[in-house]
Design a binder for this molecule. Structure first.
Ligand code: ATP
Length: 234
């Protein structure tokens, strides 16, 4: 589904990622772990075309997307739910969903919106309310709902649990598992290591722009070096 080989990437002259190899198979939940500044967001930005690759290849659904623009990438079925949610605060819930509908797959706006409302009933309740008036958890649900309006085959989520209460985090992870069961592949950046490894199939640990460790999530959860690699880099 997604295949990254030898990826170098960064911002202008600032190089962040070096030689990253990563794969996501169909229906898989792949987790990216790592401390602040490791390059996790940069990796998602490079896949979605926000940050530019300077070397290596990114292939999605059998096609090269290296250097593609964000609007091209999302049209191919790869949606990005960015760090900090980035919803339109001054629009209503429904208007946010309208703005995210790109008419990529076969489904109508109404059909997709109803699927989002089924997944997150609170969004239906608040559909005419301003996004800025909602709680952090509800805004995160709206951010995921917006990404789903693109009918993605692969959904990238950047720290969806950030700043949320434990009960809401459980809810969000439950939804992520359900999305995966419904056939959407997931690439998840997460600071909540334990929960992410419980939910994921495979995991990569990034530090200082390189993959330091990777393997089945359950194996990584018990890996003796994970703490050192998380904190100390190489
Ligand atoms: P966090 O958990 O803090 O979001 P992260 O693993 O997602 O960390 P990135 O946000 O990818 O890390 O940042 C990796 C490096 O790239 C950091 O050193 C950061 O300062 C740098 N960086 C991030 N965004 C930019 C930018 N727009 N321009 C220049 N450098 C940037």
């Amino acid at each position: 589904m997604l295949k990254i080989a030898g990826l170098n990437s960064g911002y202008g002259r600032v190089s962040v990622l070096e030689g990253v190899n990563l794969e996501v198979d169909e229906r898989e939940i792949v987790v990216i772990l790592g401390p602040n500044g490791a390059g996790k967001t940069t990796l998602l930005n490079s896949i979605s075309g926000v940050a530019k690759a300077t070397a290596g290849t990114i292939e999605f659904d059998g096609k090269a997307i290296t250097g593609a623009r964000p609007e091209q990438v999302v049209r191919m079925g790869l949606a990005h739910c960015p760090e900090g949610r980035q919803i339109f605060q001054r629009l209503t819930v429904e208007e946010n969903l309208v703005a995210a509908h790109i008419g990529r797959g076969g489904k109508s706006f109404e059909a997709l919106r109803n699927e989002v409302f089924e997944l997150f009933p609170i969004l239906k309740e608040r559909r005419n309310g301003m996004a800025s008036r909602m709680s952090g958890g509800q805004q995160q649900m709206l951010a995921i709902g917006r990404a789903l309006m693109a009918e993605p085959k692969l959904l990238m989520l950047d720290e969806p649990s950030l700043g949320l209460a434990p009960k809401i985090i459980q809810q969000i992870f439950h939804i992520i598992l359900n999305l995966s069961k419904s056939g959407i592949s997931i690439l998840l950046v997460e600071q909540n290591v334990q929960l992410a490894l419980e939910c994921g199939d495979y995991a990569y640990l990034l530090n200082t722009g390189r993959v330091r460790l990777h393997g089945p999530a359950q194996k990584l959860a018990t890996h003796s070096d994970i703490g050192d690699l998380y904190l100390g880099g190489a």
